[in-house]
Design a protein around this ligand. Structure first.
Ligand code: SAH
Ligand code: SF4
Ligand code: F3S
Length: 441
């Protein structure tokens, strides 16, 4: 039996796509191996969001080249966003690559493997959703659902619109059907994926659909206990979606709402199409409908032209909102993007690093403070496995998307009550509550 080795870089959409690549390969008779040196097919699912993503991948590719030198019949395949963004040069720069494909043509990998083609092939037009391919999931009780591909925004720093193309929504009924099928297989938690999930459905014909309708339809599926989604865009975050959190039992009390910057002029230069006030207004709306909702975000520091005063606007917004967590990034110029071309007002590297440190400290202070509200409460935890630091403890996630390490006895996939006894900025600590468990049963 032929074996494949798959390395995944990048975001949750790539993790989803990799599960589909794996599912497709397994349906072709391939089996997975953890050992790259033993694989007949060495695959990479790549990311290009920041320069570090590129360089990390290119180092991995060097290892594949060495393997290929020793075993020339090994097939090296490169999929995902990096492949898409260098499509014109991939085979000249890396002649040992046999097949390359963008995120919209994963299914062509199967065609390539089934053919007798000895020449390198590249596939880069959007042809179909990876979500339509069979999946090989890591955890039987959790699933990604790809609700759309692509992005119609033009954030000036971002490479994604050029790697994933224009936004296309998957048909409404197909998604509800998929959710039913997942529930029947034992999935309890679904995470809806898209670059801008809350613009879902606006392109559907003959009938437009709203993201909030999709949430309600999936909530109504028996067996789906938790729904998450990522990422919504502040410009499209409307009342109906926020209300949905208050009324749909399965929709979790967590919203990841990417900020990028707290300074209106920088948001304008980033082409985010909202300003500081609009963002704060969305936060207020969320907090008025769902007071306990966890809020997380993405922030970029050191965008070209960012002054100390702009950066302080970001810091003050972080302090004002009090996020439960944030992913923070140093601006990285990307090929083919508007901001990647800017030559004036560049922020020196040491300034970027110093701002990043101040930002991370502010985020952590806020998150640490916010996390204390859980201490003394009993929260529902979906068990994922054993704790990474202590094999005698269990690990799972609360509805607020907090990692919880706790003592108790439960199998992965169970939802159990845990009494929270301590909290850091990153994780909660607790004990499974037998009293509450009895009340559950
Ligand atoms: N579509 C999603 C995710 C985009 S990528 C969204 O809009 O939220 C995830 C995060 O990477 C972005 O939110 C942004 O904070 C960061 N990012 C994107 N391009 C970047 C760049 N060129 N430099 C630094 N960070 C970047
Ligand atoms: Fe990139 Fe902006 Fe689209 Fe997100 S919304 S994928 S940051 S262009
Ligand atoms: Fe994701 Fe990276 Fe592409 S973040 S969308 S895999 S560029």
């Amino acid at each position: 039996m032929a074996r494949y080795h798959l390395t995944t870089f990048g975001c949750q959409m790539n993790e989803h796509d990799s599960e589909r690549m794996a599912g497709m390969l397994e349906s072709l008779g391939y089996s997975a191996t953890e050992v790259q040196d033993e694989a007949d097919l060495i695959l990479f699912n790549t990311c290009s969001i920041r320069e570090t993503a590129d360089s990390r991948f290119v180092a991995h590719l060097g290892h594949a080249r060495r393997i290929k030198r020793e075993r020339s019949d090994v097939i090296v395949g490169v999929g995902g966003c990096w492949a898409q963004s260098v499509k014109d040069e991939v085979f000249t720069q890396f002649p040992f690559v046999d097949v390359a494909f963008g995120p919209g043509q994963v299914h062509r990998l199967a065609e390539f493997l089934a053919s007798d083609s000895l020449t390198a092939q590249g596939y880069f037009e959007f042809e179909g959703f990876t979500g339509d391919l069979p999946a090989s999931r890591n955890r039987p009780f959790q699933a990604w659902m790809q609700i759309s591909v692509g992005c119609n925004c033009r954030c000036s720093y971002c490479i994604v619109p050029s790697t994933r193309g224009r936004e296309v929504s998957r048909p409404f009924e197909a998604l509800v059907e998929e959710a039913r099928g997942l529930a029947a297989e034992g999935v309890r938690e679904v995470t809806l994926l898209g670059q801008n999930v809350n613009s879902y459905g606006r392109d559907l014909r003959p009938e437009r659909r709203e993201f909030s309708e999709l949430l309600a339809a999936i909530d109504a599926v028996d067996g789906i206990d938790r729904i998450r989604y990522t990422s919504p865009h502040p410009k499209d975050m409307r009342e109906d979606v926020v209300r949905a959190h208050a009324v749909l039992p399965a929709l979790c009390e967590h919203i990841h709402l990417p900020l990028q910057s707290g300074s209106t002029p920088i948001l304008r230069a980033m082409r985010r199409t909202y300003d500081r006030e609009r963002y704060l207004d969305r936060v207020q709306l969320i907090r008025s409908e769902i007071p306990d909702c966890a809020l997380t975000t993405d922030i970029i520091v050191g965008f070209p032209g960012e002054t100390e005063a702009d950066f302080e606007q970001t810091l003050s917004l972080v302090e004002e909102v009090g996020f439960d967590g944030a992913f923070t990034f140093i601006f990285s110029p990307r090929r083919g993007t508007e901001a990647g071309e800017i030559t004036q007002g560049l922020v020196p590297h040491e300034v970027k690093v110093a701002r990043m440190e101040r930002l991370v400290a502010a985020v952590q202070r806020g998150a640490q403070k916010r996390a204390q509200r859980f201490v003394g409460r009993t929260v529902e935890v979906l068990v994922e496995g054993t704790s990474r630091t202590d094999p005698d403890r269990l690990r799972g996630r609360s509805r607020h998307n907090k990692v919880v390490n706790f003592s108790g006895i439960a199998a992965p996939g169970m939802i159990v009550p845990v009494e929270i006894t301590g909290a850091t900025s990153q994780t909660l600590i607790g004990e499974m509550s037998l009293l509450a468990l009895a009340a559950f049963g």
